[in-house]
Design a protein around this ligand. Structure first.
Ligand code: SAM
Length: 314
C-alpha cells in the first residue's frame, strides 16, 4: 500500500509546507509531527509564516484508531505477536471473587457490628485481586523473561532440530526458532483454550508470521503422552508450563519418557513447570539418565517455576 493512501493530500506533500515544517517532515514518521504543528486539525499553508491565527481551511480531524494494529499514521505495520493469557478461567475466577469480596466488605463496613467481618472481606478480596494481577503479569511479562533465560541456558548452536512440547501460541517455539540458522523448530500441542486464551494452530501461525520465523517453524497437533515422532528425532526438547496440566501421575511420567524417547543420544531437554518437577527428574533418573538437574525456583513466573534440564545418555 502506498504510504499516503487514506491521508489528506497535505500529509504526503512536504513541498506544500513552510521550510520549518519541511525540515521536520523529512524525518519519518512525518504525519504526527505535522499534526502537532497545526492547530485544530488544520494543515500549515503554503508560504505562511506558520501563524496559527490565519484563517486556515479546516480539514477533517485526524483521529487515529488506537485499536488498529495494522497501520500507524497510514503506514502498514507488522502485526504484533500475542501470546495470550495462561489459565484464563482461573484468572477470571480470582478477579471476580476478589471484586465481589471487596465490594461486599465495603458495603458491610457501614454497620459497626460488622466492621471486623468487612475488613476481613476487603483483605481477602484484595488478596485475590492481587493474585489475578500477578497471573496476568506473569503471562504478559514474566514468561517472556523466563523464556529468554531458559533459551540462554540451553545455548542453541543454530543447526539443531528443536521440539517444543505444548507450544501453545508459540512463545518458546518462536524464541527458539529465532536462535536457529539452518536448524528447525517443531511445535506440538492439543491447543487447549482452558490452558491458554485463544489457543489454536491459527493463533500460533499468526505469531510465527509476526515474529518472521515462518521458514524455521512447523506446528503439529499431538498429545505429549503419545508424541507423533520417531525415536531420536530431535537434538533439543523444550517445554514450558505444560506437563502439570496432566492430572494423572503415571501419565505425567509417560509424557517425560516420550520426551526422552524422541531425543537423540546426547540430545538435551529443558522442562519448566510450576509443579511436579521433582517427579520429572526422578523419571529421567529411573530411565538411566545421570546428567539431570532441577533448578531452584524462578520467580519471573507466578506461581514460580523450576526447570529440569538433562542430557540423554548413550
Ligand atoms: C499454559 S499453556 C503454555 C503454552 C506454552 N508452552 C507457553 O509457555 O506459552 C499449556 C499448553 O499445554 C498444552 N497441553 C496441555 N496438555 C497437553 C497434552 N496432553 N499434550 C499436548 N499439549 C498439551 C495446552 O494446549 C497449552 O497450549
Amino acid at each position: 500500500m502506498h504510504r499516503s493512501e487514506g491521508l489528506p493530500v497535505w500529509a504526503s506533500a512536504p513541498h506544500r509546507h513552510p521550510p520549518e515544517t519541511q525540515r521536520l517532515n523529512t524525518n519519518p514518521p512525518s504525519v504526527p509531527l505535522i499534526l502537532r504543528l497545526s492547530k485544530e486539525g488544520c494543515p500549515p499553508q503554503e508560504g505562511a509564516e506558520h501563524d496559527t491565527r490565519l484563517p486556515l481551511p479546516r480539514w477533517p480531524a485526524y483521529r487515529p484508531d488506537y485499536n488498529d494494529r495494522t497501520h500507524k499514521g497510514g503506514v502498514p505495520m507488522a502485526p504484533k505477536p500475542d501470546y495470550g493469557l495462561d489459565a484464563p478461567g482461573d484468572v477470571g475466577k480470582f478477579f471476580v471473587a476478589g471484586l465481589i469480596l471487596t465490594g461486599v466488605g465495603v458495603l458491610v463496613a457501614r454497620w459497626r457490628a460488622w466492621r471486623k467481618a468487612a475488613l476481613a472481606a476487603v483483605a481477602a478480596g484484595g488478596w485475590l485481586l492481587g493474585i489475578a494481577a500477578l497471573l496476568v503479569l506473569s503471562s504478559r511479562v514474566g514468561k517472556l523473561r523466563e523464556r529468554d533465560r531458559l533459551l540462554d541456558n540451553i545455548e542453541l548452536r543454530g543447526h539443531e532440530r528443536v521440539l517444543d512440547v505444548g507450544c501453545g501460541r508459540g512463545l518458546l517455539l518462536n524464541g527458539a526458532a529465532k536462535r536457529l540458522t539452518d536448524g528447525h523448530a517443531v511445535g506440538v500441542d492439543i491447543w487447549s483454550t482452558i490452558d491458554q486464551s485463544g489457543n489454536s494452530p491459527d493463533a500460533l501461525l499468526a505469531n510465527v508470521s509476526a515474529e518472521g520465523v515462518t521458514e524455521s517453524v512447523s506446528p503439529t497437533s499431538g498429545d505429549i503422552r503419545w508424541l507423533p515422532f520417531a525415536d531420536g528425532s530431535f537434538d533439543v526438547v523444550l517445554s514450558s508450563l505444560v506437563l502439570h496440566n496432566i492430572s494423572d501421575q503415571t501419565q505425567r511420567s509417560q509424557a517425560v519418557r516420550e520426551i526422552a524417547r524422541v531425543l537423540k543420544v546426547g540430545g538435551r531437554l529443558a522442562i519448566a513447570d510450576l509443579a511436579h518437577t521433582h517427579q520429572y527428574a526422578a523419571t529421567l533418573r529411573d530411565a538411566g539418565w545421570t546428567d539431570v538437574h532441577q533448578s531452584t525456583p524462578h520467580f519471573f513466573i507466578f506461581p514460580p517455576v523450576r526447570v529440569v534440564t538433562g542430557t540423554k545418555p548413550a
